[in-house]
Design a binder for this molecule. Structure first.
Ligand code: BGC
Length: 751
């Protein structure tokens, strides 16, 4: 019906009804945020100073937490409450408190709760936001089932130095890949019912010497270009909260850094959630040498923008007095409390029913969670080399020797930070191979060759016998989980213990050998890369690691992972990354006075973006849609990719650019877009990748983004060695102020 079809008073009445409907719709639109603000203000008005500070106190299960703290309103957030009974008990105490404000229940849920998915670095090798979303959603669903509502993840710290043990918790070395995957993880967690605390803000992944907790020096422009984009992407994906990093950045500890926490995060990016410190991070300001005592540490942290004190008990102890003494304005406390309450309202915590205390994590893994974990894991394996096509295992073999200490390591394959992971749930690589081999009538001989850390090689003769008696050998070696993760920096990245020696002995048998490498970082392979023809990087593959590895070894699925970081030849090459700046003396092999080492090759062993398949892909007919580019437009590159081998496979089509002449030295290449496609033998797809001109520039120290007129070289291919396919030209220089810049949003389609 149109309004003109109605007459007189009826028309007026209808108009009024429609206006009212529009108004209520408009109100509904503002509602959420506005009504949340109203509820926050109303609650805040009822709170005593002590109750306010209680909301800023984050305490772990166990000492120093007293259960009465919860009913007394002194613990606004709790961590390591990972059973429904404990959550229910805390919720009951909250109901006895004066204001009944629901707590956050936080936990490090990184790559699974009970069902373990691959570690984030491995997951990054899938080069698939879909896979990252899926894995995070599952992790969150299982955690939420027992009442966890907040995860200390994702870790958005980019790292170019694999000596740093925590590189395993992130996405590797690239800011674009990192931005896409960090956003996907935030979304996945939310979809699964858990709010994210994106960490560690910021620069934590670049400690000097790769030493966890050590200091970082990163120029501001470099922060904006390289280290901050994944955090920014997290804000845009709706991360509920952030965690401040332990490290000092350019001499200013992140936990008391107003530039990071207030200027960048809040003023430039408009973040309205809250920031927690890391574990006792506020107290550590004393060790950093910027606070004389707990009171000063608390004051500096809250004034810089840290809203919540994780495990330091310094806010609860000192902030009320700091306010009464006039050293901290109460309005600062109010603002922090507002951020915390706003987040709780946004999460719907005030309206959620209490947890059913009979729930347990034993409800998992389910058939479905195992299936998803297996699918995710096999997307993450990177086939680093495959000389002589050792893999997939040929049809017709009668026997396989499975050797190496990590073949049967149910605990280690879960990797660090395994939340409620139980090793009893793990299907080991040995078991995965056995199950698959049994169906095919293939005999499996198992001999570990050495102990977990490969210090004792008494088992080597038995392993050599097993290999000699078998048609092929699968050797499973690498980094036990204890050598990876937080506080696991390594100065020697060579395969630990006597692994190299053992692998060389195995190679001498002359049998075809494939090495399955486990670990949370690239390990220095030394002579192994020469001696062993096929190497598959399996990271820490999680609960279903065994079946997933078997799927790939037997060729039921082709490997499709790509390296999310550059793999060094030697520890001394670190830090090492593909998107480095040019030098005045580019490498010339016959000229010593150019970029080189005198005792090691300058190139990595395997480049960023690298990974083989059981099939081959041919790239052809690359075309740049528009060569002259202005603000608001996009660099659009299409390419045809054909599967020219005889097996199905997936390829990650990667687009890199370079600005060859700018007012600043610009990286030799930068990943700007990628798309993972599946191709049947003989099949061709046309892939189109679009990069907004607004992401073809670089930052200045104040956060302004500068896009300069001039040529942009374009490279497309299956790794960072991609061929140049042409050039485009930006016709005009323009600047984007820090507050207007959005995270790069490249898009892609495949047909
Ligand atoms: C780590 C954080 C973690 C926290 C809580 C700290 O040691 O740095 O990443 O979230 O502990 O477990």
């Amino acid at each position: 019906m149109r309004l003109s079809d109605v007459h007189g008073g009826a028309r007026l009445a209808l108009a009024l009804v429609l206006t009212a409907a529009c108004l209520s719709q408009a109100r509904a639109q503002e509602t959420n945020e506005q009504s949340i603000e109203r509820r926050v203000d109303a609650l805040l008005r009822q709170m005593t100073l002590e109750e306010k500070v209680g909301q800023l106190n984050l305490v772990s299960h166990g000492p120093p937490l007293r259960w009465e703290d919860i009913s007394e309103g002194r613990a606004g957030a709790l961590l390591n409450f990972n059973s429904a009974q404990d959550v229910a008990r805390a919720q009951e105490l909250v109901r006895q408190s004066r204001l009944k404000i629901p707590p956050l229940f936080g936990l490090d849920v990184l790559h699974g709760f009970r069902t373990q998915f691959p570690l984030p670095l491995g997951e990054a090798a899938a080069f698939s936001p879909r896979v990252s979303r899926l894995a995070s959603e599952w992790a969150a669903k299982e955690a939420a089932y027992v009442g966890v509502n907040w995860t200390f993840a994702p870790m958005a710290d980019l790292s170019r130095d694999s000596r740093w043990g925590r590189i395993v918790e992130g996405f590797g070395e690239d800011p674009y890949l990192g931005s896409v995957l960090t956003a996907a993880r935030v979304e996945g967690f939310r979809k699964g019912g858990v709010a994210a605390a994106t960490k560690h803000f910021a620069g934590y992944g670049a400690p000097q010497g790769g030493r966890d907790y050590d200091t970082t020096y990163i120029p501001r422009a470099e922060m904006y270009d390289t280290y901050l984009p994944p955090f920014r992407a997290a804000v845009e994906a709706g991360s509920a909260s952030f965690m401040a990093a332990f490290n000092a950045l350019n001499g200013e500890p992140s936990t008391a850094n107003p530039w990071l926490l207030t200027d960048v995060l809040r003023k430039q990016w408009g973040f309205t959630g809250f920031v927690t410190s890391d574990w006792v991070g506020i107290g550590e300001l004393i060790n950093h040498g910027i606070a004389a005592d707990g009171a000063e540490a608390a004051r500096k942290a809250i004034l810089a923008g840290v809203d919540m004190d994780m495990m330091g008990q310094l806010y609860i102890k000192h902030l009320p007095d700091e306010v009464r003494a006039g050293r901290v304005p109460e309005s600062v406390i109010d603002e922090s409390v507002r951020r915390v309450l706003r987040t709780k309202f946004r999460m719907g915590l005030f309206d959620r029913p209490s947890i059913d205390p009979t729930r347990t994590d034993a409800a998992f893994p389910t058939t479905e969670s195992r299936q998803v974990a297996r699918e995710v894991a096999r997307e993450t394996f990177v086939l680093l080399q495959n000389r002589g096509d050792v893999l997939p295992l040929p049809a017709g073999i009668r026997s396989i020797a499975v050797v190496g200490p990590l073949a049967d390591a149910p605990h280690d394959q879960m990797g660090p930070h395994a939340a409620r992971g139980h090793k009893e749930d793990s299907v080991t690589i040995l078991e995965g191979i056995r199950r698959r081999a049994q169906g095919a009538g293939i005999a499996v001989r198992h001999a570990p060759a050495c102990d977990l850390f490969c210090r004792n090689t008494e088992g080597l003769p038995a392993a050599l016998d097993a290999v000699r008696q078998s048609d092929v050998a699968i050797a499973v070696f690498g980094e036990p989980q204890e050598l990876s993760g937080e506080a696991a920096s390594r100065a020697h990245l060579e395969l630990n213990g006597r692994q190299i020696e053992v692998l060389e002995e195995l190679a001498k048998t002359g049998k075809p050998i494939a090495l399955v490498l486990m670990g949370g970082r690239p390990q220095v392979l030394g002579p192994v890369a020469e001696r062993i023809p096929a190497i598959l990087m399996a990271w820490y593959p999680g609960t279903e690691g065994g079946p997933a590895v078997a799927d790939v070894l037997f060729g039921d699925v082709s490997p499709s992972g790509k390296l999310p970081l550059t793999w060094p030849r030697a520890t001394g090459q670190l830090p090492l990354y593909y998107n480095r700046l040019p030098t005045g003396r580019p490498t010339k092999p016959d000229n010593r006075f150019t970029l080189q080492y005198i005792d090691e090759a300058i190139t990595p062993l395997y480049p960023f973006g690298w990974g083989l398949s059981y099939t081959q892909f041919a790239y052809a007919d690359a075309a740049i849609a528009r060569r002259q580019l202005d603000q608001g437009q996009a660099l659009e590159v299409s390419v045809s990719v054909k599967n020219v081998g005889s097996r199905e496979g997936q390829e990650v089509v990667q687009l890199y650019t370079r600005d060859p002449v700018a007012s600043r030295s610009r990286p030799l290449r930068e990943l700007k877009a990628f798309e993972k496609i599946a191709l049947k033998p003989g099949e061709t797809k046309r892939v189109t990748l679009r990069v907004p001109v607004e992401s073809l520039g670089f930052h200045l120290d104040d956060g302004t983004y500068l896009v300069e007129a001039g040529a942009i070289q374009v490279f497309v291919g299956g790794s960072s060695l991609a061929e140049q396919v042409g050039e485009a030209e930006i016709v005009r220089t323009f600047r984007i102020p820090p507050m207007e810049r959005r995270a790069a949003a490249s898009t892609s389609v495949a047909q």
